[in-house]
Design a protein around this ligand. Structure first.
Ligand SMILES: [Zn+2]
Length: 179
């Protein structure tokens, strides 16, 4: 069995566990179309997000928004996720989150106060976005009309911080592309 076949077998087992908890019939094979997290086929205009490292993993928007830290994000109807990132490592007690939709940018920081951990910024209100690197505190800086909002990622192992830097730099690029 190849590495990806092994991974698919594990993912199928997890997928069927999730389906069983929802009272849905198990799938016999790893789905080649549709969402590989819930096993449902998407509707015609629904987008599936591919995992960069494993393109056979595809997630529907509902499943993306069902995981931490996206679970508490409520999107207005008609708003669709276009890009999202987080770094769900097991050793971290909390994670950051970045979501770009067709209308707005959403940022989640564990450093912000409990009641406002997800913040929404209309794309029309954003003047600029940049990635500011620093050894300890790499950050995404969002320039609004009168202030700057900064999302910094946690101090961590070098590999994790490298992954975070890539996320922050890509976020800045993608935001600038829609301004
Ligand atoms: Zn799904």
């Amino acid at each position: 069995m190849s590495r990806s076949e092994e991974t698919k077998a594990i993912l199928l087992k997890e997928l069927n566990g999730r389906r069983a908890r929802k009272g849905k019939v198990p799938l016999e094979a790893f789905p080649e179309i549709g969402c590989t997290s819930c096993g449902e086929l998407s509707t015609a205009n629904e987008r599936l997000f591919e995992a960069a490292a494993a393109p056979y993993i595809r997630t529907c928007q509902q499943c993306v928004l069902g995981g931490y830290p996206f679970r508490k994000l409520r999107l207005p109807s008609g708003e669709a996720v276009e890009w999202y990132r987080s770094n769900p490592t097991f050793h971290r007690s909390s994670d950051y989150g970045i979501v770009l939709t067709n209308c707005a940018l959403y940022l989640f920081s564990p450093f912000w106060l409990m009641f406002s951990r997800w913040r929404r910024f209309e794309i029309g209100a954003i003047r600029g976005a940049e990635f500011r690197d620093s050894g300890m505190f790499p950050a995404l800086r969002i320039q609004l009309q009168k202030r700057v909002v900064s999302l910094r990622t946690p101090w961590d192992y070098a590999d994790e911080m490298k992954f975070d830097r890539r996320n922050l730099a890509e976020a800045a690029e993608r935001i600038r592309a829609v301004l």
